[in-house]
Design a protein around this ligand. Structure first.
Ligand code: FEO
Length: 392
């Protein structure tokens, strides 16, 4: 089937990426709405491809390039990041782009050669912040943004068209036929997807994000072309920058309590519901047998308060609670949050102790511990009431 007509997304820039409508798991991240792998072709006498796509979409990338130009005219392939969703097609593409040189930073080249040893047969040009790529009618500058979210991550910037190629930065896992957020009817939904992506991918990257924002604060950006989902142009550029700035300063936190629980006999669930009834602030409730880690991370992302509940089973916290707690800790989602722990036991009072230790190891602050044997009683209800009066 022929591809849809070629799409221009900035002056001299064509989108040549792929939409992955059906991917549902992306290294553990549940991509309920699919994703896209965005690649771009900058038309110059020295034609330049910016990023590639996942390996399974290699042929589609080639077809999109040939809609715009001949394969022999491509002189450079800029790789902003080596992860396989952006690089998987590179080995195949390079067999067809006979005149192309791969342009990237030193760490990214090392990663690419480890991932695809056959690339050693092709020329590389190593760039950094002080070595722009000068084309016939455009210049591309490079901004290293290490750990956003790999050590090799960089942005490419073309000052001639005020366009930033941000790869994973400012992206969302969403498959849609629109290229820009201003074309989508539900823009809040795109922002929500961006927050989910940020929570699950960039959670530990607040300091690298601050660095990246500093790198781009003095350049004129009319368009941000992302590696995933919708891109940003004109007024929406400020929206994207502002979202990242809020997260870089942890200012997304609001008076919200996210309650995560795993109930085996119903007692922990009833306790979670009691906490929800007593809470004077917004609640988001997550039964861990239903809600996945991706959604849990999004919920914790803007919550100032987090509660975890587990029964003690086989002398410890349940594996489901332990793994969820660990996932959120790995994503630094307990930073600056206040934590409430609740648990039940039959003879060994251990679940809350285990959770407290995990939280302590991850630098969180526990503000309330509620643990009781077998059945909630009035004394425990009174404790919850008194604790909540102090916490909120
Ligand atoms: Fe979209 Fe880090 O890859």
């Amino acid at each position: 089937m022929p591809l849809a007509s070629k799409e221009i997304v900035a002056p001299d820039v064509f989108w040549v990426g792929s939409i992955d409508w059906s991917v549902r798991v992306f290294h553990g991240y549940h991509t309920d709405e699919g994703t896209s792998y965005n690649a771009y072709l900058l038309m110059d006498e020295d034609v330049t491809l910016i990023d590639t796509v996942k390996q399974s979409f290699s042929q589609e990338l080639i077809e999109r390039i040939t809609q715009v130009t001949s394969l022999d005219s491509v002189k450079y392939v800029i790789m902003n990041h080596a992860e396989n969703d952006h690089s998987g097609a590179l080995p195949y593409v390079m067999t067809l782009l006979k005149n192309a040189t791969i342009v990237t930073n030193k760490i990214c080249m090392e990663h690419l050669l480890l991932l695809y040893p056959e690339l050693r047969h092709y020329p590389f040009k190593i760039v950094n912040n002080s070595t722009p790529l000068v084309l016939k009618s455009h210049t591309i500058q490079f901004l290293q943004v290490p750990m956003l979210h790999w050590p090799d991550s960089m942005f490419s910037y073309c000052p001639d068209i005020n366009t930033l190629f941000s790869n994973d930065g400012f992206g969302q896992h969403i498959a849609c036929s629109e290229r820009f957020i201003d074309q989508v009817p539900l823009q809040d939904h795109v922002l929500r997807q961006m927050r989910e992506y940020t929570a699950n991918i960039l959670g530990p990257c607040q300091v690298p994000l601050q660095h990246a924002l500093k790198c781009i604060e003095s350049i004129q950006i009319d368009t941000i072309l992302t590696g995933h989902g919708c891109s940003w142009r004109d007024a929406s550029v400020q929206l994207a920058l502002s979202e990242y700035s809020i997260f870089a300063q942890n200012k997304q936190l609001k008076r919200k309590l996210s309650i995560f629980f795993h109930s085996l006999s119903g007692t922990v669930k009833r306790t979670a519901e009691l906490l929800a009834q007593q809470s004077p602030i917004q609640i988001q409730m997550h039964d861990l047998t239903i809600d996945d880690l991706t959604k849990c991370a999004l919920s914790a992302f803007d919550s100032e308060y987090i509660a975890f509940g587990s029964p003690t089973i086989y002398g410890q916290v349940t594996p489901l609670v332990e793994s969820t707690l660990q996932y959120l800790l790995n994503l630094h989602l307990f930073k600056s949050r206040k934590v409430i722990l609740f648990g039940t036991f039959s003879w060994a009072d251990k679940a809350v102790i285990d959770m407290k230790q995990l939280i302590k190891n991850g630098g969180g602050t526990v503000v309330s511990e509620i643990s009781f044997k077998l059945q909630m009683n009035e004394k425990i209800k009174e404790q919850i009431y008194e604790d909540f009066k102090l916490i909120f």
